[in-house]
Design a protein around this ligand. Structure first.
Ligand SMILES: Cc1cc2nc3c(=O)[nH]c(=O)nc-3n(C[C@H](O)[C@H](O)[C@H](O)COP(=O)(O)O)c2cc1C
Length: 211
């Protein structure tokens, strides 16, 4: 199995990158699996949905070459892992733009003229790890975790038929939690393909959102 780990953060020394590397190490240590880390900040991915993307959305023009490259590396993967810092209770702008542009009509889903929807990413397992500065109580009290899962897990991935296997927030990073998050990420990576045969996975207790 092959996992594509997409990380959206400008600093390769950040906790976010450390969590991404740790997840990938957990995957590799758990079996005959391979990983690729896609550092979309270092690669200079341009997130703004542009005129060429819009023409492709209406199926008038082929997709831009940078988007075809992103789709090809997702096509090579059995699992897509997104590791990102929570900015304003959501994805960072670059990762949101990556979704806007890469998850295109005709590749991620099909929208027929009569409005019927075809989900095209049914083969893909998805693992989501958001890293946030606030604590779990703040997320629970305001419903930020639920809101993000509604938008991201359901609104993006369920919409395209992809199976969200892991959906975790690693929080309170301004306290002492950073080191334990790296351990948690490795455990999550170790379980990434554990349920592949049965279609499900038991997440480790350490990854539960604090109440
Ligand atoms: C622009 C910006 C917006 C942020 N918004 C949130 C937020 O809405 N909720 C939250 O829990 N943390 C928020 N934070 C804190 C970041 O999530 C936190 O600093 C980051 O995950 C730490 O990881 P890093 O060391 O890899 O950057 C924000 C930070 C920045 C820079």
């Amino acid at each position: 199995m092959h996992a594509l780990v997409v990380v959206s953060h400008p600093d390769s020394q950040s906790l976010t990158h450390a969590v991404a590397r740790s997840f990938a190490e957990g995957v590799a240590a758990s079996g005959e699996h391979t990983t690729e880390i896609a550092d979309i900040a270092a690669e200079g991915f341009q997130p703004a949905f542009n005129q060429a993307d819009r023409a492709a959305y209406f199926l008038q023009e082929p997709l831009p070459s940078d988007i075809l490259r992103e789709q090809e590396r997702i096509d090579r993967a059995d699992a897509l892992v997104l590791v990102y810092p929570v900015y304003w209770w959501s994805f960072p702008g670059q990762l949101k733009g990556w979704i806007d542009r890469v998850f295109s009509n005709g590749w991620a889903y099909d929208e027929a003229p009569d409005g019927t929807l075809g989900k095209r990413l049914g083969r893909l397992a998805v693992h989501l790890i958001g890293i946030g500065g606030a604590d779990g109580g703040t997320y629970a009290r305001r419903g930020y975790d639920k809101a993000m899962r509604t938008q991201i897990d359901h609104g993006i991935f369920d919409f395209c038929g992809a199976r969200v296997v892991t959906s975790e927030f690693l929080l309170d990073v301004n306290g002492q939690a950073g080191a334990s998050h790296i351990v948690t990420a490795r455990a999550l990576g170790g379980h990434a393909f554990a349920g592949a045969a049965s279609g499900g996975v038991d997440l480790p207790e350490v990854a539960e959102l604090p109440s």
